[in-house]
Design a protein around this ligand. Sequence first.
Ligand SMILES: N[C@@H](CCC(=O)N[C@@H](CS)C(=O)NCC(=O)O)C(=O)O
Length: 214
Amino acid sequence: MTSPNRVTLFYSPQTRATGARVLLEELGAPYDLHVLNMKAGEQRQPAYLAINPLGKVPAIRYGDALVTEQVAITIFLADLFPQAALAPSLDDPLRGPYLRWIAYAGSSFEPAVVDRFMQREPGPIAMSPYADYDTMLGALEAQLARGPYLLGDRFTAADVLWGIGLDWTMTFGLVPKKHAFVRFAERVTSRPAFQRVSAADAEMAAQHAAAVGG
Ligand SMILES: N[C@@H](CCC(=O)N[C@@H](CS)C(=O)NCC(=O)O)C(=O)O
């Protein structure tokens, strides 16, 4: 039986849930994994749709709270384990920029990258949530060029979200391998937490593929 005050992460390897697991590792937080084999379609079974009606990971449960969406999970977890100091406190001048860049990942970067992947035109600039792709990415590049981390010298939970997001999107050719992006993503993915999760993910993904005979 899972302790009510322990984080359960609904998880599938090599997905957006990887970032949530890396964050838990960076936080030194105790957690349990509830693994879904997406290759077997477990994310679309009623049991999981009761957790997240969208059938998407990551999701977390903490006590009675269910949290979905990477952005919310990043903010929630980093605040839940303040001893790890990965979230600027409410009165820290970095708190606003920290929230800004976490929200930017979900509200501007994700829709832009998905449009690009689907080869969809964003439509008129005033109607697009991210203006246009180049402007959206240019703002991110300018922020990262200040480095070494998104908010300057301080490593935060926002870096976990962005380091992994950029690593994936560059790998899939959805984001150009600009120096500022590559240098930043390497800084995050070379950390022990990412390395551990990445190795475990490779093993788990192979098991999932084997379980469905592929
Ligand atoms: N809006 C969600 C998106 C999460 C998402 O797209 N997850 C993908 C994995 S990378 C997923 O669960 N896909 C499974 C499916 O739709 O069948 C978030 O920010 O967390």
